[in-house]
Write a new protein. Structure first.
Length: 273
């Protein structure tokens, strides 16, 4: 257990217990937080979360029922934040850490709506298996103790990097926040291409899934750059080289990937309101 969790004084309140919020909640419990230290605010509590309620996690309590709140974690959809903030603001005091994992919503906007000391963060869906990637930016009024608590909360689901420049967060959202969808799309398209090349659908799907997950694990375990790993698989004049001539050619991946990330970053900026 981290020192921040050991020395925790007050409750951790999670607003929004969907897939990402639920993954974070599971990570906190696995890292040693007690159910009695946690509360969930969500109008549509899933069966899994109700089970945790039976174990001591407080479900939809009133602010007066839980006392001091050490941290409020905002895992609601950014489109619903303005409405949600009206209900959540009573949980926040000036000394409360507010950790947001909402796309687009800025530190200034969150502070204006909820108060507290804000950390803006962007995780991604591999957090569900403890392999997430999160980038976080603290507001100027976040204390070292609060930053340590935010670090413990965010690192419970995978890797964490801190940044000082909030303007990077739209690009972070576009690359790692949305990035898993790009990889899953690659698996879909690779399987379709296998079927077009003559493979039975089930075999094509299996080959695509295992190839992409195995390649990801290799990338995770080695310090080699992706370009080095790519070159290691590519023999001059071979089958991989023939494929890469297409994927790295004028109509290859570079332009659409650049455009896709730019579109996601723009949408992140738009969500700031």
């Amino acid at each position: 257990m981290s020192e921040a969790f050991k020395n925790l004084s007050g409750m951790i309140v999670l607003a929004g217990a969907g897939k990402m919020g639920g993954a974070m909640l599971s990570g906190w419990l696995a890292r040693g937080l007690k159910p009695s230290q946690l509360a969930v605010i969500d109008p549509y509590v899933s069966d899994d979360i109700r089970v945790l309620g039976d174990k001591g996690v407080k479900l939809n309590p009133l602010p007066a029922a839980i006392g001091d709140v050490a941290a409020l974690v905002l895992a609601v959809k950014p489109q619903t934040f303005v409405e949600a903030a009206l209900m959540l603001k009573p949980f926040v005091k000036p000394s409360t850490l507010v950790v947001s994992i909402m796309a687009g919503r800025t530190i200034a906007g969150i502070a204006a709506a909820c108060g507290g000391a804000v950390v803006r963060a962007m995780p991604n869906t591999p957090a569900a298996i403890g392999r997430g990637m999160t980038v976080a930016v603290p507001a100027a009024n976040v204390t070292p103790v609060q930053r340590a608590l935010a670090d413990a909360l965010l690192a419970a689901t995978g890797a964490l990097e801190w940044a000082d420049d909030e303007t990077l967060m739209d690009a972070v959202t576009a690359v790692s926040g949305s990035g898993p969808a790009y990889v899953f799309l690659l698996a879909e398209e690779l399987a379709k291409a296998g079927v077009a090349a003559g493979l039975p659908p089930a075999l094509a799907a299996k080959l695509a899934r295992e190839t992409i997950s195995g390649s990801g694990e290799l990338l995770h375990r080695t310090a080699d750059e992706p370009a080095t790993l790519r070159k290691n698989v590519t023999s001059p004049g071979g089958t991989t080289a023939a494929a890469l001539d297409v994927l790295m050619g004028p109509d290859g991946l570079e332009k659409p990937m650049t455009a896709a990330v730019a579109a996601a970053a723009k949408r992140s900026r738009d969500l700031a309101g």
